[in-house]
Design a protein around this ligand. Structure first.
Ligand code: G1P
Length: 268
């Protein structure tokens, strides 16, 4: 059973500049909650019990947000505003933090969780990707059967494949692939139309592998390079997630998700 998750939230959010100079993209509101809260709730509802968030010095707002607001809670209690008390209630989960002092890539961020993971398998959820549906639980179910690494996949239009890791896989079941290769952001000839979305399950072996991954030309340690290396020794599966995925770094997706959640809330 997977009980631990790593949420890397240390990136610069360059796609959404200039607002990300001061507001982390993870704090962008969707209805009245920051986007990262949806990701934490997805983990909690999948049965995750401990989260490690990888933050950076400009992400203190995230740490503040997931702290109790005692003064506000006391005020609401005194003012008898119990319905508002419910709104400030946080997801019931233990969150640890560590700082990535310098943006050195997703692979490096995940590797910072080595001690946290210890000998346990763990999930990784990238807060750029929001999933309306089961999300990480889909992958955890595959892990329970296969006891090996699992990547979240979704079909993407050809023009957008260059923004993602793209897999080559052998279909083993409906919506389940055995991964043969993965190419990070292919400029041409993508191996398929299946993009890696920001949901992964790894055995702790990925940590040792990531330690051996050399930085790319931009000085970043890519998680995809770690996955490529692990394919030489372990099985790795790709699961097409059952829900709908929104990449909130893309303005179109962000607005579409806002719209969807707004209409859902209006109905309920
Ligand atoms: C990262 C991964 C990429 C994956 C994507 C999913 O890219 O490197 O393989 O497809 O997340 O969102 P990034 O969005 O950090 O550039």
């Amino acid at each position: 059973m997977i009980k631990k998750a790593i949420i890397p939230a240390a990136g610069y959010g360059t796609r959404s500049l200039p607002v990300t100079k001061v507001i982390p993209k993870e704090m962008f509101p969707i209805h009245n909650k920051p986007s990262i809260q949806y990701v934490v709730e997805e983990a909690v509802s999948a049965g995750i019990e401990q989260i490690l968030m990888i933050v950076s010095r400009s992400k203190n707002l995230i740490v503040d947000y997931f702290d109790d607001s005692l003064e506000l809670e006391m005020f609401l209690q005194k003012a008898n505003k119990s319905s508002l008390m419910n709104k400030v209630k946080l997801p019931d989960i233990q969150i640890f933090y560590t700082r990535q002092s310098f943006a050195r890539g997703l692979g490096h961020a995940v590797r910072l969780g080595k001690e946290f993971a210890g000998n346990d398998p763990f999930a990784v959820l990238l807060p750029d990707d929001l999933i309306v549906g089961k999300g990480i639980k889909d992958l955890m179910e595959v892990y329970d059967q296969k006891k090996s690494h699992v990547l979240g996949l979704t079909e993407v239009e050809t023009e957008r494949l260059q923004n993602y890791g793209v897999v080559e896989g052998r279909r083993v079941q409906e919506d389940l692939y055995s991964i043969v290769d993965v190419v990070e952001k292919p400029k041409q000839n993508p191996p398929s139309n299946l993009a890696v979305i920001g949901r992964y399950v790894f055995t702790p072996d990925i940590m040792d592998v990531l330690e051996k991954v050399a930085p790319d030309s931009g000085g970043e340690i890519q998680l995809t390079d770690g996955i490529k290396k692990i394919l030489d020794r372990d099985k790795c599966y790709g699961k097409i997630i059952s829900g709908q995925r929104f990449d909130i770094g893309s303005e179109t997706d962000y607005l579409a998700l806002q719209n969807m959640i707004y209409h859902q809330k209006k109905k309920s």
